[in-house]
Design a protein around this ligand. Sequence first.
Ligand code: GLV
Ligand code: MN
Ligand code: MN
Ligand code: MN
Length: 403
Amino acid sequence: MPAINGDRLWADIVATAGFGGTDKGGVTRLTLTEEDRQVRDWFIAECRSLGCTIEVDRIGNIFATYPGEDPSLPPIAVGSHLDTQPQGGRFDGILGVLAGVELIRTLKETATVLRHGLTVVNWTNEEGSRFSPAMMGSGVFSGASRLEAIEALIDRDGKTVLAALETIGYRGETAVGHVGFAAYVELHIEQGPLLEATATEIGIVTGVQGVRWFDVTITGTEAHAGSTPMAQRDDALVAASEIVLAVRDIARRHAPGVGTTGSAAVGPNSRNVVPGSVQLQIDMRHPFEAGLDQMQAALEQAIGAIDARVALSHIWSKQPVVFDPGIVDAVRASAATLGYSATEVVSGAGHDAAHIAGRCPTAMIFVPSKDGLSHNEAEYSSPEECARGADVLLQTVLQIDLK
Ligand code: GLV
Ligand code: MN
Ligand code: MN
Ligand code: MN
């Protein structure tokens, strides 16, 4: 039975953490930045040296394909994303891509020839931090978003996705959605506490909870902080604070839903000016669409009850996804073959696999996250945990290849 080389995988995790590495041992590698270009170039060079063909599509998704025996079969795909959050970790996303590279190395050195080709994919902008929405490249690939609409989106500096792709040289030639896959399997860190708390080695991911994103603009009146009486203020930040608390309370009332106000921009953002404007970015998630509907209705009601000028826009959503039972079974059987403890989980975080599930049979594999931390520089999964995940990925691919 071929097995991956855990030391080699770990060396890649350490090496790639240098692209955008932070002083505190994390990574800031926002999508389509210079750091993203560097890690993309590294990934392509590595795959080319293994004998892969490389395709880059119009939205910058990268497909590195190692040939199989039967070119008439669609490839099996694995992968994830190379971008990170600001002050993010060394594992979120890149583990799934590096594990794919390690699978190819293992196939090559053990002279294991698959019937299908094996494609390792880097999806553009999974994180959605610089450009909204998240899971952008897989969203266009799956047909959930239109390429032209996505190309025109702008970051906080007014730069478009199209310009950012061109700046780093990753606006590819290939039409988006060009290829069909036999299956897609994504290895990822759990980003939550469940596996660690139950001392379980592998998460068999059966689906991904739904997400809705909202932008809120609160308009107040800028005024002097010293001379404006408290009773005469129209303070946008005070009103925004009520919304932040409402989001938390709505999530608590709709368990297992979660709600976060992750970004607030205050204008003019000066200590001695009563705030005249605030922009909030809200993220709500729930495993069921009906739960999301209830959370949204509660948010609309809470905002309606606040005595301030507030505009709410629902900017993006992704419905909950249930993964393919056949691929989930292959993950389960692979963990059992390798003797790893495993449990079924629904992903709290969003993943490109949620989009790709609409295109081909899909599932995911999780490995534990220390203290459940992710989107944090302290994010950590041990070399052994990463290696177990990559070995389950390899066995899953071998099983799918037999079908
Ligand atoms: C990004 O990583 C997300 O899950 O929203
Ligand atoms: Mn991720
Ligand atoms: Mn992430
Ligand atoms: Mn994510």
